[in-house]
Design a protein around this ligand. Sequence first.
Ligand code: HEM
Length: 156
Amino acid sequence: MTKFLLSLHVLAAVLTVGPVTVAASMFPRFLRHALGSPGDGPALASLSTLHRICRVYAGIGVAVPLFGFATASSLGVLGSAWLIVSIVLTTAAAAVLALWILPAQETALAGVEERAEAVADSPLPRRLAMLTGVFNLLWATVTVLMIIRPGSTTGA
Ligand code: HEM
């Protein structure tokens, strides 16, 4: 059962965090392009698709901690320090995505759609690139923690 839950946990991480990482990392570059060529329909469509990928896969990504907690309770490691640190970092990554990245993408998208001057002059692309970097660093750290499990005596 533990192996089944762990497989679902890792599968969910690969299938959801992967697409969000790629789409969120591409968004600032596509935003710069869309801002540089107002009225470019395909550029707006690409930007909108990247945002949709981030939003939809972030939603499905809730499965990662759900299966993570199920795996942890099945293994009896819920009190382990490496797991608690991972939970805190996963929560921080989710907060950066839900509270900053997705709303900033929405603001940028609305601005490009309305050809708003405020967005054209704003530091949004740089801010989004920075936030996405923080998000990527957080979940990459969690992945390393999940594999190394410092202090764990339950496996290699
Ligand atoms: C609340 C958040 C999370 C919890 C409670 C959790 C829990 C766990 C547990 C209990 C294991 C099994 C460790 C073992 O075999 O002893 C595991 C493995 C793993 N987790 Fe998580 N996890 C969480 C978030 C994440 C995230 C955000 C990622 C990646 C984006 C991730 C990627 C992995 C990977 C790749 C493994 C396999 C490691 C290995 O077997 O070598 N986890 N997780």
